[in-house]
Design a protein around this ligand. Structure first.
Ligand SMILES: Nc1ncnc2c1ncn2[C@@H]1O[C@H](COP(=O)(O)OP(=O)(O)OP(=O)(O)O)[C@@H](O)[C@H]1O
Ligand SMILES: [Mg+2]
Length: 310
């Protein structure tokens, strides 16, 4: 595996909100989020709805809403990814396949959007669409004429036509039938094999394990565990109770369900965000827990001692 392409360390994102009248409050939605991607690597970020996956993607791309405050470190090719730098690289070297299909311009034909406003790219555009099973006739359509699955494939074509070094794909497969979803993931895999870095965001661990080299587990806006794909083949090589619960929830491991749900952001407890559902909860879970190295990655859990992760 190559050099670090992307390193996100201790990322926190909070939003300023107005409550009744003029009362202002700050809600923290991401804290201590750590993720890295090397060249040639495909890393999956998995977590339940609301765990902060899209905000992580938007934080890297520098497109968070104006009322967001960000702290922590984001490095690209070893250097801090400043606002100026991401503006230069966005849509070129670093691309986002957005989760929301509303990112397409409703008034522009598909062909023009995929070409990204540049002339003389008809061939590349046709090739990109063709790779996802969309014929040349698609170029003449407006977004409202596309089905959900077609829209998703157009969004992916728009991102990958640039031959990016880093791809952030935020839930790229909903609405696609199984074969199309496999093709999309297979293509991201090929891009990684050819030297790009791919950050695949998904709520589906099973899907992640089919293609990714490494998996990062988020819970309540925090990285709770990160490990290579092999570690997810058995429960014993996972250390955070939430990662184990995700493992047991997979169809081939019994579909077992953990009672309760992820706390709402305003009710997020101090310390480990999983403490309200964890059967092994201890007093020390209520305080900050550092990320510590494991044999195959790192974990943030008091049940696991050892050296702190970098
Ligand atoms: N602009 C905003 N202002 C306030 N809170 C926000 C804002 N955007 C997102 N949030 C909150 O941040 C949390 C994380 O949101 P995010 O969209 O990153 O979740 P996600 O993991 O991508 O979920 P999903 O799987 O449903 O896409 C949620 O609780 C959400 O309500
Ligand atoms: Mg999302």
């Amino acid at each position: 595996m190559g050099e670090y392409l992307l390193e996100v360390k201790g990322l926190s994102v909070s939003f300023c909100q107005y409550e009744k009248g003029w009362k202002r409050s700050r809600i923290q939605v991401i804290r201590e989020l750590t993720v890295s991607v090397r060249t040639g690597e495909m890393v999956a970020v998995v977590g339940a709805s609301g765990s902060g996956k899209s905000l992580l993607a938007h934080g890297i791309m520098g497109v968070l809403p104006y009322n967001a405050s960000v702290s922590g470190e984001i490095r690209y090719q070893g250097e801090i990814l400043t606002e100026k730098k991401i503006r230069q690289l966005r849509g070129k070297e670093i691309v986002l396949v957005p989760q929301s299909v509303s990112y397409l311009d409703p008034l522009m034909k598909v062909g023009k959007q995929v070409e990204n406003g540049k002339k003389g790219r008809t061939g590349q555009c046709r090739e990109a669409l063709g790779r996802y099973g969309l014929g040349p006739e698609t170029e003449q359509l407006y977004p409202f004429q596309l089905s959900g699955g077609m829209t998703r494939r157009v969004l992916i074509s728009t991102a990958v036509i640039e031959k990016p070094k880093l791809v952030i794909a935020d839930e790229p497969t909903p609405g696609l039938h199984l074969e199309a979803a496999r093709r999309v993931l297979g293509h991201f895999r090929e891009m990684a094999d050819e030297g790009a870095g791919v950050l695949l965001i998904t709520h589906d661990l099973e899907l992640a394990l089919q293609t990714a080299d490494r998996v990062v587990v988020l819970y309540g806006g925090m990285t709770v565990e990160e490990a290579d794909r092999e570690a997810f083949q058995q429960e014993e090589t996972l250390f955070h109770p939430y990662s184990r619960a995700l493992y047991r929830a997979m169809p081939e491991h019994g579909f077992s369900f953990v009672p309760g749900s992820q706390p709402y952001v305003k009710e997020m407890p101090e310390g480990c965000p999983y403490q309200t559902r964890c059967r092994e909860v201890k007093e020390s879970c209520r305080k900050f827990v550092p990320l510590r190295k494991t044999e195959r990655g790192s974990v943030r859990c008091v049940l696991w001692g050892g050296e702190e992760s970098r």
